[in-house]
Design a protein around this ligand. Structure first.
Ligand SMILES: Nc1ncnc2c1ncn2[C@@H]1O[C@H](COP(=O)(O)OP(=O)(O)OP(=O)(O)O)[C@@H](O)[C@H]1O
Ligand SMILES: [Mg+2]
Length: 219
């Protein structure tokens, strides 16, 4: 079956670009658009559902989220939803705001990863108030890379912060697992991890997020 999932990298630093080398093994198509962000406009003409993963704070998990959500959405959709889903990974810097803008111009919805670390809070707030909210786009903030071994306080403080800011929040929390970091080095996505208890939990997080966001047709 031809894949109806496309991942687009718009990051000139290119952490997603590396995934392109693995494309024959991945459950989605892959394209880059950092040289030509205007080319994104054609995605809307093709009737695709476009999901933009963004946060101008670097290293919060945009690329990890993009490839893994794309992978589970491929599985969730099966043969039922023929609509193309596009996941756009965006740069983690203020300098490349024109690229982010081009991506948001074609977005149906926006996803904002936020790690449970206070240092990430202010830059995330800037992205939301200066870049996302002025466009009136539907968006959701979700907690990424929470380590349950650190206790619930970090997670709950972050939930309290998001709610105090009045941001729409996904209930699903993506946990921190070493296997995600390791998999990136191997070019593997979450649906390709070798089975183990940890793998099942790691995979479950992304399936839950995809379903909560309605990517399985549940919206
Ligand atoms: N849920 C997670 N569990 C474990 N490691 C994670 C998780 N999410 C992200 N990471 C790790 O954190 C690091 C940063 O993640 P990633 O590259 O996805 O962030 P990014 O927002 O795309 O960064 P940049 O802004 O530089 O593009 C990577 O080493 C990645 O493997
Ligand atoms: Mg990245």
């Amino acid at each position: 079956m031809a894949s109806s999932i496309l991942v687009v990298s718009t990051d000139p630093q290119g952490s997603t670009i590396w995934w392109a080398d693995r494309i024959n093994d991945l459950p989605f198509d892959f394209a880059t658009a950092h040289d030509d962000p205007e080319s994104l406009a054609s995605l809307r003409d093709q009737g695709a559902a476009v999901h933009v993963i963004c946060n101008q704070k670097g290293g919060v998990g945009k690329t990890t989220t993009t490839v893994n959500l794309a992978a589970v959405t491929h599985d969730v959709l099966g043969n039922t939803d023929k609509r193309m889903h596009v996941f756009i990974d965006t740069p983690g810097s203020l300098e490349d705001e024109h690229i982010l803008t081009a991506a948001l111009n074609v977005a149906d919805d926006v996803l904002v990863p936020l790690p449970p670390e206070p240092l990430a809070f202010d830059p995330t707030a800037r992205t939301i108030s200066k870049v996302i909210e002025p466009r009136g786009l539907p968006y959701k903030v979700f907690i990424n890379a929470w380590d349950p071994r650190d206790g619930k306080a970090d997670r709950d403080d972050t939930i309290a912060y998001i709610d105090a800011m009045g941001w729409p929040r996904a209930n699903t929390v993506i946990r921190r697992y070493k296997i995600h970091t390791r998999a990136a080095a191997e070019g593997k996505v979450v649906t390709q991890y070798p089975d183990s208890g940890t793998t099942l939990r790691a995979r479950e997080d992304y399936f839950k997020l995809a379903l909560e966001l309605g990517y399985g047709g549940g919206r």
